[in-house]
Design a protein around this ligand. Structure first.
Ligand code: FES
Length: 93
């Protein structure tokens, strides 16, 4: 079972293998915020500190959006991420 350590909350949460990050956040109290839930608003931007290889690959639409937002290399849209192994993330400012 993948473990997600959210540095912003100093909290580790166990997830189902391949579970969507947004589903985990709906079940637990985290400081990751969601808006559109569809990769179009940027509310859910997170920084991947460890385990980027354990997150589902980026679709072109997410890459295009992050480019528009001038996101950092390690930033992803939380609503677009499925988790397959341990990761460490932080809420983007
Ligand atoms: S919730 Fe809008 S981009 Fe993720």
């Amino acid at each position: 079972m993948p473990k997600v350590y959210i540095t912003t909350d100093d909290k580790t949460i166990e997830m189902g293998d391949g579970q969507a990050l947004i589903d985990m956040c709906e079940e637990h109290d985290t400081s990751i915020l969601f808006g559109c839930r569809d990769g179009a608003c940027g509310a859910c931007m997170i920084k991947i500190r460890k385990g980027a290889e354990n997150i589902s690959k980026m679709e072109d639409s997410e890459r295009d959006f992050l480019e528009t937002m001038a996101a950092e290399e390690n930033e992803r849209l939380g609503c677009q991420c499925k988790v397959f192994g341990d990761i460490e993330i932080e809420v983007s400012e």
